[in-house]
Structure formats: structure tokens, C-alpha cells
Write a protein that binds this ligand. Structure first.
Ligand code: CTP
Ligand code: MG
Length: 522
């Protein structure tokens, strides 16, 4: 059985490469063909984009009657779908059945009269609805939640679960993106596309990263890719006879400079003309130049890049992995939450491990189970609980000093340089996706992984029934180190950390062979 990535030959065709193997002509059965998502990543993206183009965002008065609101908007055509949410005010997302309805609404919309200030006359799909008679409406709309649960709420849910395995799934359910949140992400990209289209009429702004790879949690940033491919390829194969017509263009010395120039003007447009885009920063000297801004109405922190197609491909790869089995996502969400709870990851860029690196580490870990869990899935019979413990044991004991993580081949390799953590970018194989991680941050990760493996090992001896009112299972792992966590020894051993780690290391050494034999047997 061949690991998924051996089948990949070139970027941009992940699903196709996988499907090619379905052909009976002498190909090897991989056992996971039926698990590949039926809807291709690009199909899903195109459908969602088309949906978003028929959708508008409306800032509503606080008191509004949903029925009257919908009746009023239906003048412009039938409505397919709508929801309300709160983010410093009440907002409605309304999806019409036809694009023409949006145009009709725009034609009937007034420019605001703002006294001393002057409005920039940009006709976006982001509106402000006002009541003519302030007192006549009652508030009776249902809100769709766009925020992750508080730790308190999460811990309550987790403590109500029946097993650590249940806890992992409950955590996934609480944090994963909702249908509405996904719609809002595509709508935000579509609104930005309208702005960019003022310069590049055929451009597409596509979401990538955790917003679309099925590993995003509520509140995660919105990564956008400004795709100018259509603009660039406009003239291909359209000439006849002996003539070849080319556009007159300005040339610059490198791809990077072109990227910087394009992002620079788009950044200016967002800052000056795009309603709701604030805090626009142009970060053009980064390895991958970007424009960062907040989209106030949706509450999303956005990173806009261009010339970054590889990132779209790795999003597709993770989309496929995420669809292979829900336990993959449960494990990734849990490891990410655990890392955040212990400040191994941060929303500020720096020497920390990123969520993307952590996701790759989980996938690598699942590939290197014996037999491999990704992609064969045969041994996904193994409980996620066991996988979480093994994940911590595996990386608590990984030879980071000499080995790198190679997702393409699903095996460890000698490190090509001295970066503390080396995870090869599967599509740009000369790059290390975790080049930023410092030795001390890596060490912190290893220490916490070892400690967490130890806590879960103790859990095997007890479980919810043993714990009384004490946090147990995942909750015990997720509490920040310090006062609370110290009480976690429960009724069990309270050995000092160094002692715990020593015991753990010994148990890992003796368990390693055992574990492999166990998993093999399943
Ligand atoms: N990416 C990459 N190489 C890196 C960092 C990022 O290829 N060194 C790509 C990945 O496709 C990643 C995407 O850029 O998914 C977005 O990066 P980032 O926002 O850092 O990660 P997310 O996966 O979106 O996770 P998060 O929820 O933390 O935003
Ligand atoms: Mg992201």
C-alpha cells in the first residue's frame, strides 16, 4: 500500500493524481479511493464563489423584524438563504437566487449624506439599512454564532463527555467552522475581489489555508490569494493567421517585484476605498509578500497574497486528508488547542510553531504508524484517544536534532540544515515550513508533549469515574501549566515534573516496541 503522497507528481492536481489510481489498468488498489472527497476542491471553491457573488452584507438597525426585512429585500428577487450575526452591531448576510437582484438593490441604494464628511462613491455589496420610523420595529431575529466557545464553556462540555475519545470529537464540534462562518469567509473574499477587480477585472480572490482546508477553527484568520492567472492567460491561443497580438505591458526585473507592486496598489485601494477594511498594513518584504488588514464587519483578520499558488495546493492536500476520516481532524484540532493553551503557538508571528506545522506533524505521525493510518485508514479502528497519547509520545521522543519530517515520503530524513525544527514543504521541497521555530520553542513543545503523554498514561488507569469534580482527560491537558494544572495529580501520583518525565521516558522506551506490535495486530 502506497502512502498518498507517493502518488503526487505535480502541484495543482492533488485529487486528480489520487483518482488516476482508481483506473483498473494495472494500478494498485490503495483502499482509500472512495474516501477522497467526491467534490473536487476547485469545484467546491467555484460553487462557493458563485454563491458569494449573489450575496450581500447588510448592517442592520438593532431592532428589526426579520419578516419585514426579507419582504423588503425580496422586491429585488427571490432570496435563497440568509442569516444574522452580531459583531459590534447587527449584520445580515443575504444570498439572492440571482446575481441581477444584487444589481437591482444597488440601483436603488442611496449614497449617505454625512454632513461634514465626504463619501468616496464606491458601490460595494456592503450596505447600511436604516429605519425611517425608529420605534415601529421589534427585535426578533435569531443570531448565528461566529465565535469560538470560551475555555469555561469548552471545559464544561468536555467534562460531560464519556471518554477522552468523546472529548476529542466534542472539541472538534465546538471549534470547527460552521456553514454560516464559511459563507461569511467566501463573501468577504468576494467583496475584496470587487475592489481588486477595479484594477484587474478578471482577477479572482480565493480563500486558502485553514478557512478552506477543513482544519480551520472559529476565529481563525482569513488567508486570501489574489489569482491573476486569468488576466495573464487572456491572450493564449486566440490568434489566427500569421499575426500574433501582444499586450503592451510594463516590465519589472523579477516575479517578486511584480508581486510587491501589485499588492502595493491593492493595499492602497483597500485602505482608501473599501468600506469596512481597517488597519491595512503592507508587508511587502516578507518571504511571501502580503497585505494584512481587518475586515471589521465580518471580524476577520485577513492576509492577502498573490503569486502563492503552492499554498492553494497544500490547502487542497489538507482538504483531502481532512475528508479521509473525521478522527484526523479531531486529532489535529485537539493538538492545536493543546498547543495554544500552553502558548506553544501564538497569533503574533515569531519563533513559535505554527498551526500549519502542527497539522503537518500530525499527518506525518499518522503516516508513520505501523501500519500507516494515513492514507490506508485500515487501522483507524484505533481509538483517537490512543492516537493522542501516541502522538505526544512520538514527538516527545523524536530525534529533532538530526531528523527532518518528510510528508511527501512519509518518513524521517536527515536534516539538510541546522534549523531546530525541519518540516519539508511537500510542494517546494527545498523549503522548511518551520524555519522560524527556535530551539527553545521546540524544546518547550517536546517538554509539554512528554508531560501530556504522561498525563494521558495516568488517564488509562482512571477515566471520568475516578476523577470526581477534578478536570480529567483532555481538560487536564489543556489547562495552562501552573496552579490549576498542579492539582491534576488527582488522587494519583504527585511526582515532581522531572521524576514524571523520567518515568515517562522509561515507559516510552519499553512501550515503543509493544505499541507497534499492538497497532499491528489491529
Ligand atoms: N503555508 C505554507 N508554508 C508556510 C506557511 C503557510 O505553505 N511556511 C500555507 C499553507 O497552505 C497554510 C496557509 O499558507 O495553510 C496559510 O498559513 P497560515 O495562516 O499560517 O496557516 P493556516 O493553515 O491557515 O492555520 P491558521 O488557522 O493558524 O491560520
Ligand atoms: Mg490562516
Amino acid at each position: 500500500q502506497r502512502p498518498v503522497l507517493r502518488l503526487l507528481s505535480c502541484p495543482g492536481t492533488v485529487a486528480e493524481d489520487l483518482r488516476r489510481d482508481e483506473q483498473p489498468s494495472g494500478s494498485v488498489e490503495t483502499g482509500f479511493e472512495d474516501k477522497i472527497p467526491k467534490k473536487r476542491f476547485s469545484e467546491m471553491q467555484n460553487e462557493r464563489r458563485e454563491q458569494a457573488q449573489r450575496t450581500v452584507l447588510i448592517h442592520c438597525p438593532e431592532k428589526i423584524s426579520e419578516k419585514k426585512f426579507l419582504k423588503y429585500l425580496s422586491q429585488h428577487g427571490p432570496i435563497n438563504n440568509h442569516f444574522f450575526y452580531e459583531s459590534f452591531g447587527l449584520y445580515a448576510v443575504v444570498e439572492f437566487c440571482q446575481k441581477e437582484s444584487v444589481r437591482s438593490l444597488q440601483n436603488e441604494t442611496h449614497a449617505p449624506s454625512k454632513g461634514m464628511e465626504v463619501a468616496i462613491p464606491f458601490r460595494s455589496r456592503f450596505f447600511n439599512l436604516k429605519l425611517k420610523n425608529q420605534t415601529s420595529e421589534r427585535s426578533c431575529v435569531q443570531m448565528s454564532n461566529q465565535l469560538p466557545p470560551s475555555s469555561k464553556k469548552l471545559f464544561e462540555v468536555l467534562c460531560d463527555a464519556e471518554s477522552v475519545d468523546d472529548q476529542l470529537n466534542a472539541l472538534l464540534k465546538e471549534f470547527q467552522l460552521t456553514e454560516e462562518n464559511t459563507k461569511l469567509r467566501y463573501l468577504t473574499c468576494s467583496l475584496i475581489e470587487d475592489i481588486a477587480a477595479a484594477y484587474f477585472p478578471d482577477c479572482v480572490v480565493r480563500p486558502f489555508g485553514s478557512s478552506v482546508n477543513t482544519f480551520g477553527k472559529l476565529g481563525c484568520d482569513l488567508d486570501m490569494f489574489l489569482d491573476l492567472n486569468e488576466t495573464r492567460n487572456l491572450s493564449t491561443n486566440k490568434t489566427s493567421g500569421n499575426f500574433l497580438m501582444e499586450f503592451q505591458v510594463k516590465n519589472v526585473p523579477s516575479e517578486r517585484i511584480a508581486t510587491q507592486k501589485i499588492l502595493s496598489v491593492i493595499g492602497e485601494c483597500l485602505d482608501n476605498f473599501s468600506p469596512g477594511c481597517v488597519g491595512v498594513q503592507k508587508i511587502l518584504n516578507a518571504r511571501c509578500p502580503l497585505v494584512r488588514f481587518s475586515h471589521q464587519a465580518s471580524g476577520f483578520q485577513c492576509d492577502l497574497t498573490t503569486n502563492n499558488r503552492i499554498a492553494l495546493t497544500s490547502s487542497e492536500l489538507l482538504y483531502i486528508y481532512g475528508a479521509l476520516d473525521s478522527r484526523v481532524r479531531a486529532l489535529v484540532f485537539t493538538v492545536r488547542y493543546w498547543a495554544r493553551a500552553h502558548s506553544l503557538t501564538s497569533s503574533i508571528p515569531g519563533a513559535w510553531i505554527t498551526n500549519f506545522s502542527l497539522t503537518m506533524m500530525v499527518i506525518f505521525f499518522l503516516q508513520t504508524r505501523s501500519p500507516p493510518i494515513l492514507p490506508t485508514l485500515d487501522c483507524l479502528q484505533t481509538l483517537a484517544e490512543l492516537l493522542l497519547k501516541e502522538f505526544f509520545e512520538y514527538f516527545g521522543n523524536f530525534a529533532f536534532n538530526k531528523n527532518s519530517i518528510n510528508i511527501r515520503q512519509g518518513r524521517e530524513q536527515n536534516k539538510p540544515d541546522s534549523s531546530p525544527l525541519y518540516i519539508q514543504n511537500p510542494f517546494e521541497t527545498s523549503l522548511n515550513i518551520s524555519k522560524n521555530v527556535s530551539q527553545s520553542q521546540l524544546q518547550k513543545f517536546v517538554d509539554l508533549a512528554q508531560e501530556s503523554a504522561w498525563i494521558l498514561q495516568q488517564e488509562d488507569l482512571g477515566g471520568p469515574s475516578m476523577s470526581g469534580n477534578q478536570p480529567w482527560g483532555l481538560v487536564a491537558l489543556l489547562l495552562p501549566s501552573g496552579a490549576n494544572r498542579k492539582s491534576l495529580g488527582k488522587k494519583k501520583s504527585r511526582k515532581p515534573a522531572s521524576e514524571k518525565v523520567k518515568v515517562l521516558l522509561e515507559s516510552i522506551k519499553s512501550n515503543r516496541t509493544e505499541n507497534f506490535t499492538n497497532t499491528n495486530g489491529k
